[in-house]
Unconditional design. Structure first.
Length: 521
């Protein structure tokens, strides 16, 4: 068996690490960087450009340069968060035949899995260049609050990239593994993970060599891209007030604004003011118009207040689900590039009553944790035990479109739970079991995972026939649901394996397309 690598597939940047002598090592890419922009471009001749090379042509090729695609994995085009996102991007989001969100490049719809596969393939090449041998297996990280469809979409992206994804690992858990390998005393951690597209908060306990996740919560629509958008709107609104030109309607100007906003955000993490200079950004009646202004840190922080406020509720929920108070937390790990923003650090300190740890690299620790997990799976780190949880409620749709929860969120896996239900109609001869995942009381507002039927049950007045429904979830998150008619023992079973919307044939075809495409970068 070859080496198993660890990949942090990020919204903004991705990173790859390997285990060397029991230690995780971040691998430099071909351009010398330790992280790689999660960006993919298609040139006019069909050539695919990935990473830093793609980012360099973001302004000149905006409609064919895709970034932030992680936010589309496992999503429907009609979802409110996707329609909001689509209105702010220079490239086009369209609905696939099954309703999934795809990106359209030169009138060709491309799945988020295919776009992500190009980034994963780049990470694979980086690792192969370093190791000097082919790589076919990886541990890939995802936000802890990703649902089944998003996790399966990430796995399928790995398959398309020619990788067998040995495990899908939650990003905060990965960060805790990388931290704990050098801090092996018993402690309770809060992993505060604010990346480019998602926010996760996980509470973990390290005891001896056991890493137990106590709870996890998050927001998959909150990340650095949203902070960038606030700065873009700040600049664009000011420019429009002065020149009556909305720069957001011009895709090239919008990309220049995005670059400037990202740069300003980074500079304001260490300085109180920064200058934004974008000459020839637009053309007015009197000729070229320039955008030149000074941005203050306080100005940006005030504009981002609503985003900063959204960090509080998931954190409080995670603490409550772990039956902890801030005083019970020994260490707060700040993970993800956005945690470099002073206002984010201050908000985390306000929530947990203690400053975040400065001893980790927020951009690299997740990939390093994935490499540690690859060592656990491969037997190199035999003494480490990882106990994770399921992030969402799982249950059955009952009368009135209600969701009856069978497995609660933050239940340690593997797990088994059961509930007894009664028929709702007279002389009912079958029961349809519809399985949903999510936090809403209404089943239709949650994600439907599957449906099966228990037939030939005994006809009787409503409420007389009872059906016991059992949910069994293994350590890989695969759910098996069994329904048994109480009294007769008649049973039906279904195994719920997440689907990303792609068939096995489509994955094979995309794998061939990605493998044969001459990717640069």
């Amino acid at each position: 068996m070859g080496r198993v690598i660890g990949i942090d597939l990020g919204t903004t940047n991705s990173c790859v690490a390997v285990l060397e002598g029991g230690e995780p090592v971040v691998v430099h890419n071909q351009e010398g960087g330790r992280t790689t922009p999660s960006m993919v471009s298609w040139n006019t001749d069909g050539e695919v450009v990935v990473g830093a090379a793609s980012k360099r042509q973001m302004v000149t090729n905006p409609q064919r340069t895709v970034y932030g695609v992680k936010r589309l994995l496992g999503r429907k085009a009609s979802a409110p968060e996707v329609t909001t996102l689509a209105s702010r991007l220079p490239y086009k989001i369209v609905a696939a035949k099954n309703g999934d969100a795809y990106v359209e490049i030169a009138e060709t719809p491309r799945s988020p899995q295919e776009v992500s596969a190009h980034v994963l393939a780049k990470m694979r090449r980086v690792a192969e260049d370093y190791l000097g041998q082919p790589v076919t297996e990886a541990v890939v990280t995802v936000p802890a609050y990703f649902d089944d469809a998003q996790r399966q979409a990430t796995k399928d992206a790995g398959k398309i990239a020619g990788l067998t994804v040995r495990a899908i690992l939650n990003e905060p858990t990965a960060a805790a593994l990388a931290y704990g390998i050098h801090h092996q005393h018993n402690q309770r951690l809060a992993v505060f993970d604010l990346g480019g597209g998602t926010f996760d908060i996980s509470i973990l306990e390290i005891e001896n060599v056991v890493y137990e996740v106590l709870s996890t919560y998050g927001d998959t629509t909150l990340g650095g891209d949203d902070f960038d958008r606030v700065i873009i709107d700040l600049l664009a609104d000011d420019f429009q007030a002065q020149n009556t030109i909305d720069l957001r309607t011009d895709s090239v100007a919008l990309q220049r604004l995005k670059e400037a906003a990202e740069r300003a955000k980074i500079e304001l993490s260490s300085a109180m003011t920064t200058d934004v200079n974008l000459p020839f950004i637009a053309a007015g009646p009197a000729g070229p118009v320039h955008l030149m202004r000074e941005l203050e840190r306080g100005q940006v922080e005030r504009a981002c207040k609503l985003l900063l406020d959204r960090l509080e509720s998931p954190s409080q929920r995670a603490l409550a689900d772990a039956h902890c108070t801030p005083a019970d937390i020994d260490q707060v790990l700040l993970v993800g590039g956005m945690t470099r923003m002073p206002a984010v650090q201050e908000r985390a300190e306000r929530i947990f009553g203690k400053p975040g740890s400065k001893g980790v690299n927020p951009d690299e620790i997740v990939a390093m944790g994935a490499a540690v997990h690859s060592g656990i799976m491969g037997g190199e780190l035999q003494e480490v035990v990882l106990l994770d949880v399921t992030p969402h409620n799982m249950g059955v749709k009952v009368a009135g479109d209600r969701m009856s929860v069978v497995i609660q969120s933050n239940t340690s896996i593997p797990t088994r739970a059961k509930k007894v239900f009664a028929t709702t109609e007279d002389n009912q001869t079958f029961v349809a079991i519809e399985i949903h995942q999510g936090e809403h009381d209404q089943a239709s507002r949650n994600r439907r995972l599957g449906r099966f039927v228990l037939g030939d049950i005994k006809a009787a007045p409503r409420g007389h026939t009872k059906v016991e429904v059992s949910f069994t979830m293994d350590a890989d998150g695969i759910l098996e649901v069994t329904a048994i008619e109480v009294g007769t023992g008649r049973a039906a079973t279904v195994t719920i394996e997440a689907s990303s919307g792609l068939t096995a044939d489509e994955i094979a075809q995309l794998n061939h397309r990605v493998a044969s495409r001459n990717a640069i970068g």
